[in-house]
Design a protein around this ligand. Structure first.
Ligand code: ADP
Ligand code: MG
Length: 713
């Protein structure tokens, strides 16, 4: 096969050597052995003491040293759940919450969901028995809405704090308040009880919070003092320590073998091709050891996986012993766990990962890292009010974390698919997400938590004022915030739904329009990635398949058609088959119709969850049957913030921002180009594209969103 070699130059950046070797995949006793071998095991007792002595503790430790999996177990053993409190550990990423919880339940020798469990949006695998609960940072924020004191937790660990996701940042501010309020509850209880017990009963009455009026009156309920642990992989603990009033920080020494870093001689133009060449170069020329490749997302991972298999077929039989394992957030969790399985003898694993493998999950056996130096990141343009995902270069800190993954079990190699001079130009670290994304959701959540003055909230790092003001403005347009800048009743309802404010609003609007049944489906389908499956080699067939669902009115109705057709197929099947068989047949149906069956399954799960949510809220779930005009009017009434008008040259102008966009080729309206559209998503590649588009009438906007559109003309 024709394959040109990438030219790499050797470089002197090295990680510090040390030693360990462990068999990471034997069961039971082996697991015990592994646990003992983790760098963190040596300091177990000291760590537990530190937590006992400090209400807030910052733990910094190299990736893979055992922080996430071990510390909760140490604290459990150390008695921190004795009062009935539980240990909560937040992760920025779903995949990490799931895979780590599975691992820890295995280490504890208990079924998942009992002593050890996890909870992420739309999925709760915990029970009354759960003592160690892994969850996403966003989920804990949501829990605070229902339980402002987070009273069931005796310890909360904010893990991967260096990632500085928007939820982590908000959570830090919130936890600071909760911790203070809980101490105050306890001391007041102690005073009124005139006894010195450490676990007093909080008295009735309002507990004022020094920072803000965040917490509602304290109920007569037993509160534990809250232990707060901030964990981070980056060495810079100062920012966290300062934020928590000079909290104590401890460092856990990791182990690292030297990693040789290679750079390309020339800039690479096609990073997928460069990655492929490098993978095969390693596979054919280097000794045993698995390869970890950092890619930007599901699509890129899928295409690299396909290309690897294509190229493997061209190799002689003896060189084909290469197995691929993708890992990214929307992958079903059974498949995510596969990356942890050891490769069969003689085979080499290639793990194709998003930056989830950078610090969140540690996969054993990696000796080679391929790093194109790119990452998908959220960005926000406050002037345009546009939130989007774009591909950007990594920071130096990220590049170092990535290369470090090659040196955990022995000396390794890292291939950076860019020039050394380019590395020097990278920024030192990434800008916290709160400074680069749309804040409507966060502002809504904070307001629902009773923090009205969001601008003066004690953030670890203040977001831009314009970004806050813009989100208040869009929340006002959605009716969530009143003219006096207070949360409205609708706003409170919106905050309770586990959805973007716009989607929550859509459900509320739809219940008034009498088409909530349709909107629930629509929102569930919009919440998952790539419903349609269009492999490059079968583009024609997949397009034809799409035609049978396509609606001339746009993607929303098309998604509705797909869901309904699938559901009808499934329900009919269930009358003659077992549930299991019907599920299986549904997967086959998906395959035949070029529908991504796991995306559909995910949408069905989301649908049943949000159906439960809206029923609890007392919304009327009625159907508009075949009155699609009504449904489209409801779409306009819901998504009016994102409307666009066709321009004479065929491009679209977004009414609110003035941004020029095109309809994405995947949309059913790509060719039809109606005069006026609403859309849900904006993607930037070389052009600005809008996705999930529907045709509407401009007059509807004036009629249904007069507060915005009647003024404009
Ligand atoms: P840290 O949080 O310090 O980065 P972790 O606690 O995540 O470290 O990982 C500790 C060890 O546990 C690593 O050696 C990792 O390979 C192993 N590990 C974590 N999850 C799994 C899993 N699902 N299967 C096998 N090993 C795992
Ligand atoms: Mg970790």
């Amino acid at each position: 096969p024709s394959m040109s070699a990438n030219n790499f130059s050797r470089n002197s950046h090295q990680h510090h050597p040390n030693q360990t070797k462990g068999d990471f995949f034997a069961r039971k006793q082996k697991i015990e052995q592994q646990r003992k071998n983790l760098p963190i095991a040596a300091v177990e007792r000291r760590l537990v003491e530190e937590v006992r002595n400090n209400d807030t503790l910052i733990i910094v430790g190299e990736t893979g040293s055992g922080k996430t999996t071990q510390i909760p177990q140490y604290l459990f053993k150390g008695g921190f759940c004795r009062d009935g409190g539980i240990i909560g550990i937040t992760q920025p990423r779903r995949v990490a919450a799931i895979t780590v919880a599975k691992r820890v339940s295995e280490e504890c020798g208990v079924p998942l969901g009992q002593k050890v469990g996890y909870a992420i949006r739309f999925e709760d695998v915990t029970s009354g028995l759960t003592k160690i609960k892994y969850m996403t940072d966003g989920l804990l924020l949501r829990e605070a809405l229902l339980d402002p004191y987070l009273s069931k937790y005796s310890v909360i660990i904010v893990d991967e704090a260096h990632e500085r996701t928007i939820h982590t940042d908000v959570l830090l501010g919130l936890l600071k308040n909760v911790q203070k309020a809980r101490s105050k509850c306890i001391s007041e209880a102690v005073n009124t009880d005139h006894n010195n017990s450490n676990n007093g009963h909080a008295s009735e009455g309002r507990i004022d919070n020094q920072n803000d009026g965040i917490l509602k009156p304290c109920q007569a309920k037993k509160y534990h003092p809250l232990k707060l642990i901030i964990m981070s992989a980056s060495l810079d603990a100062r920012v966290f320590s300062e934020y928590f009033g000079g909290a104590r920080a401890v460092h856990v020494q990791g182990r690292q073998f030297p990693v040789d870093i290679f750079y390309t001689h020339k800039p690479e133009t096609d990073c997928i091709d460069a990655a492929l060449i490098t993978i095969f170069q390693i596979h054919l020329e280097e000794g045993p050891g698995d390869i970890l490749v950092f890619l930007t997302g599901q699509e890129e991972i899928e295409s690299v996986e396909r290309l690897i298999h294509e190229r493997l077929r061209q190799l002689p039989e003896c060189n084909r012993k290469l197995l691929t394992f993708p890992i990214y957030s929307s992958l079903p969790s059974e498949k995510q766990m596969k990356v942890f399985m050891p490769s069969p003898a003689g085979y080499r694993k290639v793990i194709l990962a998003t930056n989830i493998a950078e610090t969140s999950v540690t996969i054993p056996g990696i000796k080679y890292v391929v790093d194109p130096g790119l990452v998908k990141a959220r960005t926000y343009d406050p002037k345009m009010g546009v939130d989007s995902l774009i591909i950007v270069t990594t920071s130096k800190a990220q590049a170092l974390q990535r290369s470090g993954r090659a040196g955990r079990e022995g000396p390794g190699k890292c291939y950076r698919l860019y020039q050394e001079s380019f590395f020097e130009k990278l920024t030192d670290s990434t800008l916290p997400e709160i400074k680069r994304c749309d804040l409507s959701n966060v502002v809504l959540q904070l307001k629902a938590l009773g923090i009205d003055d969001v601008i003066n909230f004690d953030f670890i790092e203040k977001p831009d004022r314009t970004a806050i003001v813009n989100s208040l403005w869009s929340l006002y347009l959605l009716g969530a915030v009143t003219e006096e800048n207070k949360l409205s009743d609708v706003g409170y309802q919106m905050a309770k739904l586990p959805l973007d404010p716009v989607y929550s609003k859509a459900l509320i609007v739809a219940s008034q329009f009498g088409c909530l049944k349709e909107m629930l489906i629509c929102v569930a389908m919009l919440s998952v990635e790539s419903i349609f499956y269009a492999p490059r080699e079968k583009l024609e067939e997949s397009r034809n398949a799409l035609k049978s669902f396509a609606s001339p009115d746009g993607d929303h109705l098309t998604l509705l058609n797909v869901y309904r057709a699938a559901d009808e197929f499934f329900q009919k099947n269930k009358t003659v088959n077992s549930e299991e068989k019907a599920e299986k047949n549904l997967r086959k149906w998906c395959k035949d119709n070029y529908i991504n069956s796991r995306s559909l399954k995910h949408a069905r799960d989301i649908h049943s969850q949000i159906l439960r949510n809206v029923e609890q809220m007392g919304l009327r779930v009625t159907s508009c049957e075949d009155d699609m005009l009504l449904f489209r009017r409801c779409l306009a009434a819901s998504f009016f913030l994102k409307a666009a008008m066709k321009q004479p040259d065929g491009v679209y102008r977004v009414t609110l921002s003035g941004l020029i966009v095109q309809i994405h080729p995947s949309s059913v309206l790509f060719r039809a180009k109606p005069e006026c559209i609403i859309f849900n998503e904006l993607v930037h590649t070389n052009h600005s594209y809008v996705r999930n588009v529907s045709r509407i009438d401009y007059l509807w906007l004036i009629e249904l969103a007069p507060h915005l559109y009647a003024l404009q003309d």
